[in-house]
Design a protein around this ligand. Structure first.
Ligand code: SF4
Ligand code: SF4
Length: 348
């Protein structure tokens, strides 16, 4: 079932369980072994050696991994657990296994509706007045950003200031870059959707996006694309000093998390360090597609942890994470996106 290379990696695992310590699903479930990475590896091992059969539950379990890579840092054998999970999904699909129903539905939606959901108007977030002249730069919101009107608007305002030019917008016609298909293991479908998206945005010289997955997908397709946070200048000067304790849910790239942290510190916030398992980014949107309740429980646990550590605000970088945390009712902590902090505290 698995390729030789993938099986070789799986076989290196000594089942020590150290990786569980990095996993948000493991911690949010009060350290339930069956939600940690070691059990995902053990499931694949058992199936490949024919000790067990692949069931709907075990396939779902493989799709719950959010590819955040935190567990990789804990593995004494340097196994790329996050990368392995994506490869395994890919190889299972090639071997003819069917992904969980909700993932198949997401694929259909991306291919038919150009976003991962059954219905949604992606232009709904736009509150801004636009000029009619042709633009060099395209502000590409990304599917999940469009679900959070406030984050989409603050990111757009920051992009305008950073680019120092008008930005083109595709509104409801913005395509999906296809990235969720890539991490779901649907490599061929991903390439097709990406090429289709590319053809829909031709004519712009540069793409600016608050979604790192969109940025990387378009870069892979040969377009010039930029991650918005990366474009924010380093030498910021606060126009208004803030106070308070802010916990940060950063990006899947350490350098961008460091940048967001720097922004908060220059703005005057005390940054509260969260345990590294308190991580959430767009890779978890697959897990959210399978179980919204599970992912809401993870977000609630992270909010509770931040609050217990004295934070009065949770600042979020990733658009999917912002959507998820904002949807938690009755949370005791304020949720902010990094772009609204930039607009409040700096002259860009
Ligand atoms: S990559 Fe992240 S979500 Fe996946 S097993 Fe590792 S820590 Fe858990
Ligand atoms: S930390 Fe590495 S060796 Fe230990 S169980 Fe996890 S993947 Fe296997």
């Amino acid at each position: 079932m698995l390729s030789e290379g993938t099986w070789r990696e799986i076989s290196r695992c000594i089942s020590c369980g150290a990786c569980n310590e990095g996993c948000s699903l493991f911690h949010a479930s009060e350290r339930k072994e069956s939600l940690g990475p070691r059990s995902r590896i053990n499931i694949v091992r058992a199936i490949n050696t024919k000790v067990a059969q692949l069931s709907i539950n075990s396939i779902e379990h493989l799709y719950l991994c959010g590819s955040c890579t935190v567990c990789n840092k804990y593995c004494p054998l340097n196994i790329d657990i996050a990368g392995l999970m994506i490869r395994i999904r890919e190889e299972l699909i090639r071997a003819g296994y069917v992904p969980p129903y909700n993932i198949a539905r997401m694929r259909r939606n991306i291919e038919v509706n150009d976003h991962p959901w059954d219905s949604w108007d992606k232009g709904k977030w736009i509150q801004v007045r636009r000029s009619a002249r042709p633009k060099k730069h395209l502000f590409f919101a990304g599917c999940w950003t469009t679900r959070s009107q406030d984050m989409a608007n603050s990111a757009y305002m920051v992009a305008k200031k950073v680019v120092k030019d008008d930005l083109g917008l595709l509104e409801s016609a913005e395509p999906c870059c296809g990235y969720p298909l890539k991490i779901a293991g649907h490599v061929d479908a991903y390439k097709e959707v990406l090429m289709r998206a590319r053809s829909k945005i031709e004519g712009f010289e540069d793409i600016v996006t608050p979604c790192i997955s969109c940025k990387e997908s378009f870069k892979e397709s040969g377009l010039s694309s930029h991650y918005l946070l990366e474009m924010v200048p380093e030498d910021l000067e606060a126009i208004k000093r803030r106070s308070g304790k802010a916990a940060l849910i950063g990006s899947c790239r350490d350098s961008f998390t460091d940048k967001a942290r720097n922004i908060l510190e220059i703005a005057g916030y005390d940054v509260v360090d969260l345990p590294d398992w308190c991580c959430m980014d767009c890779g978890f949107s697959l897990a959210y597609t399978i179980s919204q309740d599970l992912m809401k429980s993870v977000a609630s646990k992270i909010m509770e942890t931040a609050s217990d550590l004295g934070a009065d605000m949770l600042v979020i970088v990733d658009p999917f994470s912002y959507y998820l945390f904002s949807s938690i009712e009755g949370g005791k902590i304020e949720i902010r996106d990094i772009y609204s902090i930039l607009l409040d505290s700096f002259r860009l």
